[in-house]
Write a protein that binds this ligand. Structure first.
Ligand code: MRU
Length: 345
């Protein structure tokens, strides 16, 4: 069995990140022991993916506390630096969730914060493992063809989490059960999280895949080449509306037109009951340069302006199932995801 990919580690008072901007060509790590370098790493997507950002938020509080001790900050400055970690990216609720979960431990000292961050990591990996089993069971009950062909968008594997993966975790689970024929990996423009990272994880685990351009996904689905699609989430609103990587909603629309399941998978930490619907989700706008150039080389006429929302919102009405470690909700009028947000089912 392949080793697990480790995106985040806590070592020698620093967060050590597998630098995802360099994959798949180079496997190198980056250690962040101050808030500036951590915020920069989060914004540049050295580390990315909602559950991974939850762990980074939690360890980030420890980084800020240690820097505070070294540099003798006043309490106000420490609070502001913790907020800077919390606000480094707006859409994935897990980043703020991770910071908020360890904040009450600050009064007990940095070791207590680190211990709570370790608990978040362990819980996230266990949640991903569980939601993958639950999601795989749901898919096998709702798709007739065997083996299965699946479309996925962005990267939702171990690189995007603390271990195993969410949507990709379901694919791994199905592959381990011998049920996967082929994964259509959407390349995921503009930063190629699918082509660079999901393809890397498929290779790592020996899962058969092809990389397709984002523009091919709807056609693949309408031509009957896929049995279902599964994506992760950056924030799931109370009514089931889901923010995820830009391009996700196009996959959902195609699945609805083709009559195949479109599944959203995430740990309960990604469910945000305080957000009633997708309209209230803050969508990160990134530099237009990510669309008009690649690796610093322009791909458009000089002066062309890029439009670069990093995420979109798929309305719950286009989602067949939302899966967390607590179970499955099939969205519909008046349905909320409360029951899978934490504890009950
Ligand atoms: O901009 P990114 O790479 O952080 O976007 C990540 C995604 O959209 C993922 O699908 C989502 O965070 C779920 S990761 C399990």
């Amino acid at each position: 069995m392949a080793t697990e990919i480790e995106a985040i580690a806590w070592q020698d008072d620093a967060i050590v990140l597998l630098d995802q901007t360099r994959l798949p060509g180079e496997v190198v790590t980056l250690a962040c022991s101050d808030v500036d370098s951590l915020v920069d790493a989060v914004r540049r997507l050295v580390v990315r993916g909602a559950p991974a950002l939850g762990a980074v938020g939690a360890y980030g509080v420890a980084v800020a506390m240690l820097q505070c001790q070294r540099e003798g900050w006043m309490t106000d400055r420490l609070d502001a630096e913790v907020d800077r970690v919390r606000d480094a990216r707006p859409t994935a609720v897990n980043l703020a969730w991770g910071v908020d979960r360890v904040r009450p431990f600050m009064a007990r000292g940095v070791e207590a914060v680190i211990a709570e961050a370790h608990r978040i990591v362990a819980e996230d990996t266990a949640a991903n493992r569980q939601l993958s089993r639950v999601g795989a069971d749901w898919i096998l009950a709702h798709c007739a063809r065997r083996p299965l062909r699946v479309v996925t968008h962005c990267n939702t594997g171990a690189l995007a989490t603390t271990g195993w993966g969410t949507a990709f975790g379901i694919i791994r689970e199905l592959a381990e059960r011998g049920e996967i024929e082929l994964v259509y990996v959407d390349e995921t423009r503009p930063l190629l999280q699918g082509a660079r990272l999901t393809a890397y994880e498929c290779d790592h685990h020996g899962i058969p895949y092809v990389v397709q351009s984002d523009g091919a996904a709807a056609s693949t689905i309408l031509r009957g080449l896929a049995d279902f699609a599964v994506i992760g989430a950056d924030r799931i609103a109370r009514n089931g509306d889901t923010a995820n990587k830009i391009g996700s909603v196009s996959v959902a629309l195609a699945c609805a037109a083709a009559g195949i399941p479109f599944v959203v998978a995430a740990p309960s930490s990604t469910v945000d009951l305080a957000t009633p619907s997708g309209e209230a989700i803050d969508i990160e706008m990134r530099s237009g340069d990510e669309v008009t150039a690649w690796s610093g080389v322009p791909t458009t006429p000089s002066g062309a302006r890029g439009f670069n929302p990093a995420f979109d919102v798929t309305p719950a009405s286009y989602i067949s199932a939302v899966v967390t470690e607590f179970g499955v909700i099939e969205p519909g009028p008046g349905v909320t995801v409360d029951a899978i947000a934490g504890g009950a089912l």
